[in-house]
Design a protein around this ligand. Sequence first.
Ligand SMILES: NC(=O)c1ccc[n+]([C@@H]2O[C@H](COP(=O)([O-])OP(=O)(O)OC[C@H]3O[C@@H](n4cnc5c(N)ncnc54)[C@H](O)[C@@H]3O)[C@@H](O)[C@H]2O)c1
Length: 365
Amino acid sequence: MRIAAIGFGNRISGVYKSCIRKVCPEARLVGLLDSDPAAARARLPVDERDGPIACDDVAELISRTRPDAVLVGTRCDAHARYAIALAPYRLPVFLEKPVATSMDDAIALERAWGSDGSKVVVSFPLRLTPLVRQAQAWLAEPATGRIAHVNAVNYVTYGGNYFDMWYRDNSVTGGLFLQKATHDFDYLAHLVGHPIVRVAAMALHGYVHQDLSLRQGEGDPDVSYHASIGTPETGMNEDCSSALIEFANGIHGTYSQVFFPRHATAARGATLSGKRSTISFDWATDRIRRAWHDRPEAEERMLRAVSGHGGGDEALAQGLVDLVRGVKSSPAPLQAGLESVYACLAARESSRTGTIATVRRWGQA
Ligand SMILES: NC(=O)c1ccc[n+]([C@@H]2O[C@H](COP(=O)([O-])OP(=O)(O)OC[C@H]3O[C@@H](n4cnc5c(N)ncnc54)[C@H](O)[C@@H]3O)[C@@H](O)[C@H]2O)c1
């Protein structure tokens, strides 16, 4: 299986080495398109570094390396541009999230792929984790009763990444709804079975994380200071943000993401209430629980993840390999990536304007 990569950085090299090669040992990286090809090549095992041909643009990458699939793992703001450039070839594409960071890019991406977005595997591992699959199985049981409410949290204990690595550049990430909540909005919509249609959101900027260069000598021991992370006025990632979300079937829920807690505060998961029972799961503990509304009983399972992102990364790689072999359709098609981006863009807009934002619908004119 011939694989080409556009942006072979930390994330995509990890997906290739630990997941794609694991589920498909015969896969080989044959082509690279990266703004730093030497560093990209160095992410390969020593005996594979001479394998891939480095190319300067998408047309050269496709014509010289004839890939069976292309991985796109550049930084966030270039995903849509490369996915649009790949669209005419209609090859299977593994596309990192967020699939776009602006409305213009998202609409152009939707139009470029048209009805063939099922050839894209969006890098949404959470929807494929054992915990989400178990929640889906329980939700499908008539005894649960259809979902009437959701409440999701994400206490990101590695949140320093968003203030000291390149992710601190808000003009590249587009903010942390697009960077982080895109995953959570996706698995929630996947579980509810309907896209998010309206969002009321709030975000806190510059309260915990502040630009060190602007605050020299004013050390508050409770505040993390970092250089060049922007300001609320110039644009910066948020310390935390929350959204009240409504789904197309009329039910609603909440989501909060908090980027300054550390250590044992880690928690990421959701509580979904059906008419007769409530299901809660947390990737930080690998546990899922169902409690009944008509009796004082609950059951709990521990489903330990076998690969990154709660076991979802390997399932995504398997999804790509199955797509290339033509045996299954994408487990995370472009429509899902774009519906999540549309919800994130609405959340960002709502948090900026203080109004309830309507989410653009997939296929809308
Ligand atoms: N799905 C997930 O769970 C998950 C996890 C981590 C990161 N990500 C996403 O992966 C993306 C990459 O993150 P990373 O941490 O690997 O970053 P990185 O900086 O390590 O990797 C980016 C790579 O793209 C290359 N690059 C940058 N601009 C380019 C351009 N215009 N053309 C070609 N190559 C270019 C860089 O040289 C680098 O090799 C981000 O968008 C991030 O949101 C997703």
